[in-house]
Design a binder for this molecule. Structure first.
Ligand code: AMP
Length: 389
């Protein structure tokens, strides 16, 4: 998720800039002012409570703000991110936002402050007042709104300066120039975010070869735990020796060994745009581990894809592979092939179901030639990339 707060005095141009940004970046727009005006128009209890305060240019209570914002955020948890306009407006609300973001397992990426001198704000609001029909776009109320801004809202900036996610933009420049500056800031934020794909599919579905080719095409790092373990065995490290013993006894490598290796690989890969995970997570436990590992790097799973192939075709493919040089030690007998398919069904299918609930899983038809499946999967990943941008 990409979460941005647009900050500035009334009349700084937050609403205008928001319109461009939500279109460009597929963000869900939350303007507490708009939400309150909706409540007032619908004459709800909240709207009636807020009406007089808004008309006088004061700030409505945090209780009201939490009520209107919490529902909007949780109802739209699946969006690409949020663009906040007019929130947080007090130091207390900055803490409230932290808590709300935490609830969605995300955080605010940056606060962009549009700076405009007070007299320019007044001039713009009076101009807007001629057509806006807003009860609070009159000079006396405007002055009060600005007083509230200086006293209660400006301290919010220190909160974000301390967090190191505060960026300032000169709001007196023309609309296009301000937009260009904000776009630059957002692009920079996005380039810090990793695009992480988890690629699922039964053994024999082609997830390995597709994953490798997709990683190359999209400039992502292919992340497969199997080869990582094999590499360790080849290196002959203490861990490698332990893995070899387990392999020789036909045992699974426990998470205690796999996780530090993944951790090391994530820490070592610098400047990557993201990963394609294949073969991990294989169990529900591993899916929680992956969430934790990515979270440690300020990241998360961005997209989940499953390559679907009918069971008979899987068996046909794995059996065919067992007669070639590409035969893996684990597919050299019918018994082993059936066991692997069963393992996937009992352990990994529940992981896919979990992701489907959380993020949605995009299914790709895995029948046809390599190129055909690659073309289909590429479209899916390309769309995922676009949604993130
Ligand atoms: P705006 O549309 O953002 O200029 O907001 C209009 C009015 O709604 C403000 O002057 C406040 O009275 C009220 N309001 C909007 N957002 C908040 C907030 N986060 N906290 C308190 N009051 C708010």
């Amino acid at each position: 998720m990409l979460n941005i707060a647009l900050f500035g005095p009334p009349g700084a141009g937050k609403g205008t800039q928001s319109e461009f940004l939500i279109k460009q970046h597929n963000l869900f727009y939350i303007s507490t002012g708009d939400l309150l005006r909706k409540e007032m128009a619908a004459k709800t209890k909240l709207g009636l409570e807020a009406r007089d305060i808004i008309a006088a240019g004061g700030l409505v209570s945090d209780e009201i703000i939490v009520q209107i914002i919490e529902k909007t955020i949780t109802d739209n948890a699946g969006s690409g991110g949020f663009l906040f306009d007019g929130f947080p407006r007090t130091y207390i609300q900055a803490y409230i936002l932290e808590g709300l973001m935490l609830k969605l397992n995300t955080s605010l990426n940056c606060l962009i402050s549009l700076t405009v001198p007070e007299e320019e704000s007044v001039r713009r609001l009076l101009h807007r007042g001629a057509t806006s029909g807003r009860s609070d776009d009159h000079e006396a109320v405007i002055r009060n709104r600005l007083r509230e801004y200086n006293q209660k809202t400006l301290p919010v900036l220190q909160f974000y300066r301390d967090k190191g996610i505060y960026v300032e933009v000169d709001g007196t420049a023309d609309i296009a120039a301000v937009h260009e500056q904000i776009t630059g800031i957002i692009q920079q934020e996005l380039s810090k975010k990793l695009f992480n794909v988890v690629l699922f599919g039964y053994p024999g579905s082609g997830r390995g070869s597709q994953g490798k080719a997709l990683a190359k095409k999209f400039g992502l790092e292919f992340f497969a735990t199997g080869p990582m373990l094999d590499a360790e065995v080849k290196l002959g490290t203490a861990t490698g020796k332990r893995i070899k013993e387990l392999y020789d006894n036909g045992q699974l490598v426990p998470d205690e060994i796999v996780v530090p290796l993944i951790e090391k690989k994530l820490a070592d890969s610098k400047g990557v745009k993201g990963y394609i995970f294949k073969g991990f997570p294989r169990t529900l436990v591993q899916s929680y581990i992956l969430d934790g590992l990515l979270k440690k790097h300020g990241s998360a799973v961005s997209q989940v894809v499953e390559i679907e192939v009918p069971t008979l075709e899987l068996i046909r493919r794995l059996n065919a592979r067992s007669h070639t040089d590409a035969c893996m030690p684990y597919d050299n007998s019918t018994e082993k092939i059936v066991k692997r398919l069963q393992e996937h069904e009992s352990k990994t299918v529940p992981v896919i179901a979990k992701y489907n609930q959380l993020h949605g899983v995009t299914k790709v038809d895995g029948m046809g030639t390599f190129e055909e499946v690659f073309a289909r999967t590429s479209v899916v990943i390309e769309n995922g990339f676009k949604n993130m941008r």
